[in-house]
Design a protein around this ligand. Structure first.
Ligand SMILES: Nc1ncnc2c1ncn2[C@@H]1O[C@H](COP(=O)(O)OP(=O)(O)OP(=O)(O)O)[C@@H](O)[C@H]1O
Length: 480
């Protein structure tokens, strides 16, 4: 770890000295937002980056917390991130994060900053109606302890993660929010590949990150992202889910799953038999966005338990391979929310094959989800390595780090190893991938947690004084 290069071209003009206080580490992704305390092994709070907007006769009201993403009249599901995994909605993001930190990280009965917070949301909506179910921590939104307000954030430095392609404007918004909105004493922002390399203890590494909205391949050298190496494409978890959808639609008979929230009760049935279930009567219309959110949850379950990456050595589309998959590998049964269940055989490999080979995409993939040959993981890797010095390639290929929850799909690492070996014959390939799924899901967060709790990091924080002297553009000068 010590080999990581922590120097910055601009030296800090003030050193933040509050080592007795724990920093917050905040890692926003398109599908999940992770938050927790520096020095801990895993983020205490992991929540979908989606929130509920209630449209009524009055002004729309936003409510944060996974427990509020439930069937409800006039409820729309929104996300504060773009599909590029950068923050888009700067009105919402600070409120979303504040609510997450306050309800899940802090002890009850303390108060968050006034200017952005849940204080704007009527109390009944923070707590939820009876039918909204578990309000999980919502009663922590105390209106007591006015005198304690701001302290929480005023005492904690904030380390944020960002996609390597984040914009300057967005970085400046982040420091502005931390300093002006939350009153944090110090701030830092780091690119996710750098943090993942930290978590793996490898200052020089090839970082392969397959998240939800994006997959990316980035070279990190001595703790710094090599800008020319950055490659990304949409072959992440959402794309895989679309392949699952295409599989269901192309199946004979076509599979049209009933979402969980529409099932009142169900009876067990044999594989392939029609479902026996009672549909729930809601008495109001469900928004398209809520339905899409629920459909995605179901596709994720299918990915976790049925979909598998074809391990090779031949690609799945090679003649004869499909028969091998059909005759020599076990099938998997999946039960849908209405109780119907099907056995999935060789097609469960086909779903993920397009990640490596664009010709394997399912025929009924919608146009907007089709990827080109240049967007497969194989091409991203090749293009990333073409963008770096030839001498560095052996070092990178000897330190491949795999991260992002979509890499948890069965068979991923085996196939990656085969692809890399075939692409770079003669070079030694070593894939480092955390055994614990939590480390793979939270790689960047864990890196941020380690970095911000290092003794040497105290000299790195951008202190409030430095921010006040320089303004928002200090972030570009210091967080290289
Ligand atoms: N066991 C699993 N197998 C396959 N896919 C999984 C598994 N667990 C989670 N996923 C998928 O991983 C994705 C979430 O990954 P992750 O949390 O790394 O993304 P993110 O950080 O929110 O998104 P991004 O990096 O694109 O901004 C979702 O699409 C989810 O369906």
């Amino acid at each position: 770890m010590a080999a990581h290069n922590l120097t910055s071209t601009v030296q800090p003009s003030d050193v933040y000295g509050g080592d007795e206080v724990q920093a917050f580490v905040l890692d926003p992704g398109y599908y999940f937002t992770r938050a927790g305390f520096a020095g801990e092994d895993a983020p205490k709070a992991v929540q979908p980056s989606f929130y509920a907007r209630i449209n009524g006769a009055d002004q729309p009201k936003d409510i944060y917390g996974e427990q509020y993403l439930i069937p409800r009249e006039n409820l729309e599901v929104r996300n504060y991130m773009t599909k590029d995994s950068i923050v888009e909605d700067w009105d919402t993001a600070p409120k979303f994060w504040e609510s997450l930190i306050r309800n899940q990280l802090l002890p009850p009965r303390q108060v968050a900053p006034k200017q952005n917070g849940l204080n704007d949301i009527p109390r009944e909506d923070q707590e939820g109606d009876v039918e909204m179910g578990d309000s999980n921590g919502a009663d922590k939104t105390g209106d007591t302890a006015e005198d304690e307000e701001l302290k929480l954030f005023e005492e904690s430095p904030l380390l944020m993660t960002e996609a390597p392609w984040n914009t300057t404007k967005n970085r400046e918004k982040s420091i502005e929010m931390a300093m002006e909105g939350w009153g944090c004493p110090a701030f830092w922002i780091s690119r996710t590949p750098t943090l993942v390399s930290f978590a793996a203890g490898k200052p020089t590494a090839l970082i392969i990150d397959v998240g939800a909205a994006n997959a990316s391949v980035v070279a990190v050298h001595d703790g710094h992202v090599l800008k020319r190496s950055i490659q990304k494409s949409p072959v992440g978890g959402l794309w895989l889910s679309q392949q699952v959808q295409a599989l269901w639609e192309g199946n004979d008979p076509k599979v049209e799953p009933v979402p969980f929230f529409m099932v009142e009760n169900k009876a067990p049935v044999d594989a392939g038999a029609p479902a026996q279930y009672t549909a729930r009567k809601l008495g109001f219309d469900i928004s398209e966005t809520f339905r899409a959110y629920e459909d995605e949850r179901l596709r994720t379950e299918f990915k976790e338990s049925v979909v598998e990456v074809w391990r090779g050595p031949t690609r799945f589309m090679m003649p004869g391979t499909e028969e091998i998959a059909r005759n020599q590998t076990p099938g998997r049964v999946f039960e849908f929310p209405d109780g119907s269940n099907h056995m999935w055989r060789e097609t469960r490999y086909r779903v993920a094959e397009g990640m490596w080979d664009d010709t394997a995409q399912l025929p009924n993939t919608p146009d907007e989800w089709k990827i080109s040959a240049e967007q497969t993981l194989s091409s991203l890797i090749r293009n990333c390595l073409s963008g770096v010095d030839v001498d560095l390639r052996p070092n990178l290929l000897g330190n491949v780090v795999v991260t992002g929850a979509s890499t948890l799909i069965n068979g991923f690492n085996d196939r990656l190893n085969i692809e890399l070996t075939q692409m770079f014959p003669g070079l030694k390939i070593r894939i480092h991938s955390a055994g614990l799924s939590s480390e793979r899901r939270f790689g960047a967060w864990v890196g941020g947690s380690i970095l911000s709790s290092l003794g040497t990091f105290h000299q790195m924080w951008i202190s409030r004084k430095e921010y006040e002297e320089n303004g928002v553009n200090i972030v570009e000068k210091r967080c290289k």
